[in-house]
Write a protein that binds this ligand. Structure first.
Ligand code: EPU
Length: 414
């Protein structure tokens, strides 16, 4: 499916953000830790989350959705994750820690997800081994067996997914675990808060060192998925692309600090506790130098948006260094250049000279890259076609409809 975008329309108005994909996936992974009922509110209706629910359902969990409220209950009836579902999304890896902690075994086909570069799982597996789990891995998948025992473990990199899996494995482990160099992304913090609410004995929520004393069992709870900071950044980028005046509501501005710090010198940006108002009057002369890194620094998931903003800036230059996923720069640089951009990529480094963009047919290769191309198309004069909408739908709910409420001219091709 394609998006057809007639660019150049100024966006104005207010738009609410829904729950974060990467938070919902981590929380759903944690539902395996108990048979009691979970109620997840603000759970986004997007393809990756629906596939995660199907995966849990296929493994025995009862899952029911009513609008944005999802109920998950019951136990697993199998610890073998079906290949056809597990390989649809990277988030399927987030049942690893919880399943081995609760059921002492799991067989998981290698998870799928966006083609944004090699996505190794060595930290997940090394960490589980440190907890005494027997791990074997081949080209078909990963098998883990055994009862987790408390241990000290330092993550060699603050991986979001590895931190989430290890937290879930430690909460039911025998004895005390000390995890150091943990990721502190808001989605990880939400998982830590959920685990505490479930009855986990966990100290250091939101910090890079988390101390966990394993407990015998955990209870089901009600919990709100946090707002999607990347979706919020996407709407703000759409405002910049069209020199618009947009208020993004139902978000947490503190989660977007690095992004807002990059935009604030150039635009009117006003924040309240749960909303961001942006007014863009002119394109700036580049954005200086941006490097992606773990939270709270500039997130890789907003890099594709930033690449587009830099591409249509008013002359000047921006350098972007992508430190996490090696393929994220190149694909979008090639597509933006079809729109008249001047983006030169050398490895993990891009130099962007701001140019007026023109419409073109461009292809999304991954979720965030696809959103970046939509932003570029909103800026470019004329009719652009953005293909690969199926990538975008993995993480965005009704992107075209929502942008249309702000005045964009964007439709699905069919
Ligand atoms: N890494 C390793 N070994 C590991 C794990 C990670 O070398 O065992 C490396 C990766 O190759 C990468 C870096 O560590 O270079 C960061 O990876 P991380 O594990 O933090 O990412 P992830 O857990 O696979 C989550 C999000 C991504 C987001 C990253 C970074 C989910 C389901 N996915 O992935 O979201 O980009 O954290 O913040 O939570 C997206 O939403 O489009 C997306 C890709």
């Amino acid at each position: 499916m394609d998006y057809i975008v007639n660019g150049g329309r100024r966006l104005t108005g207010e738009i609410a953000v829904y729950g974060a994909k990467n938070c919902a996936l981590a929380l759903l992974g944690a539902t395996v830790l108990t048979e009691q009922e979970f109620v997840l509110r603000n759970c986004p209706q997007i393809v990756d989350v629906e596939n995660m629910l199907k995966l849990l359902g296929a493994m025995g969990k009862k899952t029911v959705r009513f609008n944005d409220v999802v109920r998950v209950s019951g136990g697993l009836t199998t610890t073998s994750a079906p290949y056809s579902l597990a390989t649809l999304l990277r988030g399927s890896a987030l049942i690893l820690g919880s399943t081995v902690a609760k059921y002492r075994e799991i067989d998981l086909p290698l998870p799928g997800g966006c083609a944004i570069g090699a996505r190794p799982m060595d930290i997940h597996l090394d960490g589980l081994e440190a907890l005494g789990i027997e791990v074997s891995c081949n080209e078909r998948g990963v098998s883990c067996r055994g009862e987790p025992k408390g241990a000290r473990y330092n993550l060699r990199f603050a991986s979001v997914g590895a931190t989430e899996n290890l937290l879930c494995a430690c909460v039911l482990a025998k004895g005390q675990s000390v995890l150091t160099n943990c990721a502190t992304e808001p989605e990880v913090v939400a998982l830590e808060q959920l685990l505490v609410k479930m009855g986990a004995n966990l100290q250091g929520v939101g910090t890079s060192t988390v101390v966990i004393d394993g407990v015998e069992s955990l209870r089901g709870v009600e919990f709100d998925v946090i707002p999607d900071r990347i979706v919020a950044a996407t709407y703000l980028s759409a405002a910049v692309a069209t020199l618009g005046d947009v208020t993004v509501t139902n978000c947490n501005p503190t989660h977007l600090k690095a992004f807002l710090d990059t935009l604030s010198p150039h635009f009117f940006v006003e924040q309240t506790e749960s909303a961001i108002h942006i007014v863009a009057e002119r394109q700036p002369q580049g954005y200086g130098s941006i490097t992606t890194a773990p939270y709270p620094l500039f997130p890789t998931d907003m890099q594709s948006l930033m690449l587009s903003l830099a591409a249509f800036s008013n002359g000047g230059s921006t350098t972007i260094c992508e430190k996490l996923f090696e393929n994220r720069l190149k694909h979008n640089a090639d597509e933006l250049n079809k729109m008249g951009a001047s983006v030169t990529v050398d490895g993990d480094y891009a130099v962007v000279s701001g140019k007026k963009l023109h419409s073109a047919c461009v292809a999304s290769h991954d979720l965030r890259g696809g959103a970046g191309l939509v932003i570029a198309a909103l800026n470019a004069d004329g009719r652009s076609v953005v293909s690969g909408v199926e990538h975008i739908n993995r993480g965005y709910s009704r992107l075209a409809e929502n942008l249309r409420t702000l005045g964009a001219d964007i439709v699905n091709s069919d």
